[in-house]
Write a protein that binds this ligand. Sequence first.
Ligand SMILES: O=C(O)c1cc(=O)[nH]c(=O)n1[C@@H]1O[C@H](COP(=O)(O)O)[C@@H](O)[C@H]1O
Length: 239
Amino acid sequence: MTERVRGPASPVIVALDYADGDAALALADRLDPALCRVKVGKELFTAAGPALVEALQARGFQIFLDLKFHDIPNTVAGAVRAAAELGVWMVNVHAGGGRRMLEAAVAALADRRDKPLLIAVTVLTSLADADLAELGYAESARERVQRLARLTAEAGLDGVVCSAQEAPQLRAAHGPGFQLVTPGIRAAGDAVGDQRRVVTPAEGLALGADYLVIGRSITGSADPAGALSAIIDGLHEAR
Ligand SMILES: O=C(O)c1cc(=O)[nH]c(=O)n1[C@@H]1O[C@H](COP(=O)(O)O)[C@@H](O)[C@H]1O
């Protein structure tokens, strides 16, 4: 039977998009692990590696290792296994790697007792319909997210990364246990930047997201802990 350590009730995952471990730990030291989880992505992991993951875990944080594995099935299976060895809470792959790659990722974790949540990225929240058309896809982002989420569910993963804009359809199709992890979150008035399919934190929750991945709206604030608290307070009011 799979066992997962219960984490904070908060749906917020703070994206630690920093160039080095010291900067990431300095931000983490201003946050309370009872109020959020943290995400280690490509920039930070490439610079600081597993030692940084361990340092964050030692501070009490559950980690979403966001390396978006996308490769042949054998390679992704090995990468997911290595992520599980790090004791991370969540790990992700690209659904675009296809059914056999997704199934290999699931199989790689099958006989572990403490396994991370295994999540597939559908369509990046930085992409809009016009971007997909340029890439040769006839489907809208919404349609493509639904297609890739169906594949993800059939392959036996725990859920998807998507925009909360797509959450209602995915919740209706896949039920309450399918984890919807939603970046592209912007507090009202914050710059959208490179994101395209965005919602506010309260909208994200209302639309059915399980987790809100939030980077710059918190890390770009002069008072990150205050920004996190304000977001969480806003979520309570929205409920
Ligand atoms: O997998 C992700 O976390 C992810 C998927 C996606 O479709 N869009 C997306 O923005 N992300 C990540 O979520 C974070 C969003 O950061 P902000 O735009 O600063 O809030 C970044 O670390 C991205 O790498």
